[in-house]
Design a protein around this ligand. Structure first.
Ligand SMILES: [Fe+2]
Length: 331
């Protein structure tokens, strides 16, 4: 298929020279005025445009800028006389690929037009490749996301098999934690937010390592049993440790039972020593636990649970997180 070449020049003699030289090899569209030429560009495919610089109505630089605005793939060759040589050089800044000096040599013109056609083809090829790469990347991203969520689902299935309460509690905690995250306006990418949610869902995974007898016990736990239960943050963190994509938020699992006043476990960290994610999770976790019905007690009402959070601000919980929770957990 022949390429489409646009010629814009106000001098009849020059237009005829272009026609004679290029007519056998290309489809030529020849205009004496930029405005009409632009109408053509809007509606038809153009591979290379040859633009005279000095024209009475619209000069070649303006036509060049407009053509590039309509379709940046069109390769533009400026046609210049001695007086406009500087302008021709300047045109390269606006996207022209070269210029030809009038009166022009036939071979030189053919070479330049051939070059323009080649550049245009190269540009289209690169764009196609880029598009293909983008599609491949999107596909890989989707597969990765799928792998992430199935990893989390498998781990959750293990939790559910062991203890159904822990499983439904975890989903609820993740919901509250996401609300807090939004309310605190923390600077997190959407990908990180998703991983934060995953880790919130998995925060009690360490309970897999605790005896079912203790997990399902209806009465109060004795000292030994408490000692056992308190191991779950460390067990959880070590289960998740090998999963690289969760890495950033694993400390949240390890420290979700730390208290703001240093009286929590496993390490008795306090205030700012506790990672901020863990301070968020602690509030979401406690609130959901208070609201939930358990075999040995009914769930607390909203008002009372919020009062408990307020009472724990500064001792058990980070007061900044509680402030947001009081606003957002109200229905
Ligand atoms: Fe926990």
């Amino acid at each position: 298929m022949k390429e489409n070449i646009l010629v814009v020049d106000d001098e009849l003699g020059v237009r005829e020279s272009f026609r004679m030289i290029l007519k056998d090899k290309y489809n030529l569209f020849i205009y004496s005025d930029g405005k009409d030429a632009l109408e053509f560009v809007k509606k038809h495919r153009v591979d290379v445009a040859l633009l005279d610089i000095r024209m009475p109505k619209m000069n070649g630089i303006d036509v060049l800028k407009k053509i590039k605005g309509i379709n940046p793939d069109i390769q533009v060759l400026m046609v210049t006389g001695h007086a406009t040589l500087d302008t021709a050089v300047e045109a390269m800044r606006f996207g022209a690929f070269d210029y030809i000096y009038k009166p022009f040599d036939k071979d030189k013109l053919e070479d330049l037009v051939r070059n323009g056609v080649k550049r245009r083809k190269q540009r289209i090829k690169e764009k196609k490749e880029l598009k293909h790469l983008e599609i491949v990347k999107k596909d890989l991203d989707e597969r990765l996301q799928k792998a992430y969520s199935s990893t989390v689902e498998s781990l959750m299935a293990a939790v559910t098999a062991k203890d159904t309460y822990t499983s439904s509690h975890s989903e609820g905690v993740a919901e509250y934690a996401m609300l807090l995250l939004e309310g605190l306006n923390l600077d997190l990418s959407s990908e990180d937010k998703e991983i934060f949610r995953y880790v919130c869902t998995l925060h009690d995974i360490g309970k897999i390592g605790i005896s079912e007898r203790i997990l399902r016990k209806k009465g109060k736990l004795n000292k030994e049993e408490w000692k056992e239960i308190k191991k779950h943050p460390e067990i959880g963190a070590s289960i998740l440790q090998p999963i690289e994509f969760l890495e950033k938020f694993i400390p949240m699992v390890l420290y979700h039972h730390e208290r703001f006043n240093g009286k929590g476990y496993p390490e008795g960290k306090e205030n700012g020593e506790i990672p901020s994610w863990a301070r968020i999770l602690a509030v979401a976790d406690a609130y959901h636990a208070m609201r939930s019905d358990r075999p040995y007690r009914p769930g607390m009402g909203e008002k009372k649970a919020l009062e408990q959070l307020k009472a724990g601000a500064g001792s058990q919980f980070d007061p900044e997180v509680v402030k947001v929770a009081l606003k957002l957990f109200k229905t």
